[in-house]
Ligand binder design. Structure first.
Ligand SMILES: [Zn+2]
Length: 136
C-alpha cells in the first residue's frame, strides 16, 4: 500500500490522513460513519485483523474458517467505490447509530454492489459494526 494514495473510502484525503489512522488506532474513530469507511478500506486493502476488531463481539465471525472465507472473498473482488447514502445518529456522543451505504465492486468481472443499512454501537470504548440489514 503506497501511503500517498487517495484513501479508498472516498473521503478525498490521503490514506495516511484518513483510514490508516483508524487502522492504527481504533479509538481514534469518532463516528459510526468513520468506522464504516475504515471497514470498507480494510476490505479493499485486505486487513482482516481490523475487520475483526471493528466488529461487535456478539456478531463477528469467531471461527477461523469463517474469517478466512470472508477474507478470501474480499480479496477475490475488485473494490470500486463506497457511497454513504444516509446516516442516523452515530456521532461522537451517541451510543448507537446506523449508516446506509452502497459498496461497489467487480466480482468475476461483473459489477455488483452491497446496499446495506448497518448498525453500529460502542463496545469497549470504541465504535464497532453490529450487523446489516439488506431489505431494500
Ligand atoms: Zn478513508
Amino acid at each position: 500500500m503506497q501511503k500517498q494514495l487517495i484513501c479508498p473510502c472516498g473521503s478525498g484525503k490521503a490514506y495516511a490522513q484518513c483510514c490508516e489512522i483508524a487502522h492504527n488506532n481504533i479509538y481514534s474513530v469518532k463516528t459510526a460513519e468513520q468506522l464504516m469507511r475504515s471497514r470498507y478500506t480494510a476490505f479493499t486493502i485486505d486487513n482482516p485483523e481490523y475487520l475483526h476488531k471493528s466488529h461487535h463481539s456478539s456478531s463477528r465471525p469467531n471461527s477461523k474458517r469463517e474469517r478466512e472465507q470472508n477474507a478470501a472473498w474480499a480479496k477475490s473482488v475488485v473494490w470500486l467505490h463506497l457511497d454513504i447514502i444516509n446516516k442516523y445518529e452515530g456521532n461522537e456522543n451517541d451510543k448507537t447509530g446506523t449508516v446506509e451505504f452502497k459498496a461497489y465492486f467487480l466480482e468475476n468481472n461483473k459489477a455488483n454492489l452491497i446496499h446495506e443499512n448497518s448498525s453500529f454501537a460502542k463496545e469497549n470504548g470504541h465504535w464497532v459494526y453490529i450487523d446489516g440489514c439488506y431489505n431494500f
